[in-house]
Design a binder for this molecule. Structure first.
Ligand SMILES: NC(=O)c1ccc[n+]([C@@H]2O[C@H](COP(=O)([O-])OP(=O)(O)OC[C@H]3O[C@@H](n4cnc5c(N)ncnc54)[C@H](OP(=O)(O)O)[C@@H]3O)[C@@H](O)[C@H]2O)c1
Length: 312
């Protein structure tokens, strides 16, 4: 299959590209700076989805395109940029007769006052769904892996603070997933025609609270900590506190901390029935992420998951 990966230099895209190449797909990538791309793709296109005319060539003869772009961190108007980028991409994919687009979105119930970041992810879903191509959407919560900003916040808090005073919503449920498992699902849906046009929720093997997740991360890191949830810690105060403790940029922290108030668990039976990959346990996923998970072997790990698993 001829595949285009957008966001190929990012946390997910940089792992997805070698996983697709390892399965003999013909992979092209899109980046805004081709000179700095150092991945394994057969073809590299330079272009910016916010700049019509600059990126369309990348979609020539493409069967399936992955849309793995977001603008969070670039400025406060990330939602407007993401809206514009998705519209431009949809129009270009239609023009190029792309058959399928796969988009990775965020979990969360729409009637649960979604954070601005999660609302923006859903808005991109809607914009892409208006294309003539078949859209497949995967919705995920925090993805556990080295280099992911949301996991970096969790791991740095867990490792740096012996005592954590946290907002009340650390008791909210979440269902993180290991990056290898997300990549396996992303590859798997493209190779499974029945998933065309469908939306799936994906998650790891357990539902746990953010408090448990911080605890597990601290314990895998060998730095047990005491967590004290307090009702008075506002989103603004918790943002300051995360800014003081971690090295993640403020433009990323604000929307991510805001999203902690949303419960993010997955009804994953539909995807499990089609792709029953063996999900990575949290301790193993955290351990691998803290150890700087080696992306060069992701292709082998993902192929093993896709080919060597038995239905549950
Ligand atoms: N990470 C998570 O925990 C998580 C959880 C759920 C869903 N997701 C979703 O997964 C997708 C990928 O996330 P990620 O964590 O891999 O993001 P990331 O590491 O921040 O990478 C974002 C990518 O977007 C590309 N990009 C940004 N603006 C662009 C533009 N105007 N034109 C072309 N490319 C542009 C960047 O490529 P260049 O700089 O090379 O141009 C970069 O590779 C997003 O849709 C995100 O919402 C992520």
């Amino acid at each position: 299959m001829r595949i285009l990966v957008t966001g190929a230099t990012g946390f997910i895209g940089s792992r997805l590209t070698p996983a697709l190449a390892a399965r003999d797909h013909d992979v092209a990538v899109l980046t805004r700076d081709a000179d700095s791309y150092d991945g394994v793709a057969d073809t590299v296109y330079e272009g910016d989805v916010l700049d019509s005319g600059s990126f369309e060539q990348a979609l020539t003869d493409v069967d399936t395109a992955y849309y793995l772009i977001h603008s969070m961190g670039s400025s406060d108007d990330f939602a407007e940029r993401d809206r514009r980028g998705a519209r431009n991409f949809r129009e270009a994919a239609d023009e190029a007769d792309v058959e399928r687009v796969v988009y990775l979105s965020g979990l969360g119930e729409e009637d649960d006052d979604l954070s601005k970041h999660l609302q923006s992810r859903r808005e991109v879903e809607e914009i892409l769904s208006e294309g003539a191509f078949d859209l497949t959407v995967l919705r995920a919560a925090i993805i556990i892996g080295d280099g992911n900003d949301s996991f970096r916040i969790v791991s740095q808090l867990a490792r740096r603070l012996p005592l954590m005073v946290t907002p009340r919503w650390v008791r909210n449920d979440c269902q993180p997933i290991a990056v290898d498992d997300i990549v396996a699902y992303l590859v798997g849906v493209a190779e499974t025609p029945e998933t065309a046009g469908a939306t799936y929720e994906v998650g790891g093997p357990e539902v746990l609270t953010y408090e448990d997740f911080l605890d597990r991360t601290a314990s895998v890191a060998g730095r047990p900590s005491v967590i004290v949830p307090v009702p008075v810690l506002t989103p603004r105060l918790s943002t300051y506190w995360v800014q003081l403790t971690t090295d993640v940029s403020n433009d990323i922290i604000r929307p991510l901390v805001d999203g902690l108030r949303n419960e993010v668990t997955a009804e994953d039976r539909p995807i499990r029935s089609l792709l029953p990959i063996e999900l990575t346990g949290y301790d193993a996923a955290i351990d691998r992420a803290l150890d700087g998970d080696r992306t060069e072997t992701v292709g082998t790990r993902v192929s093993t998951k896709l080919d060597g698993t038995t239905p549950q």
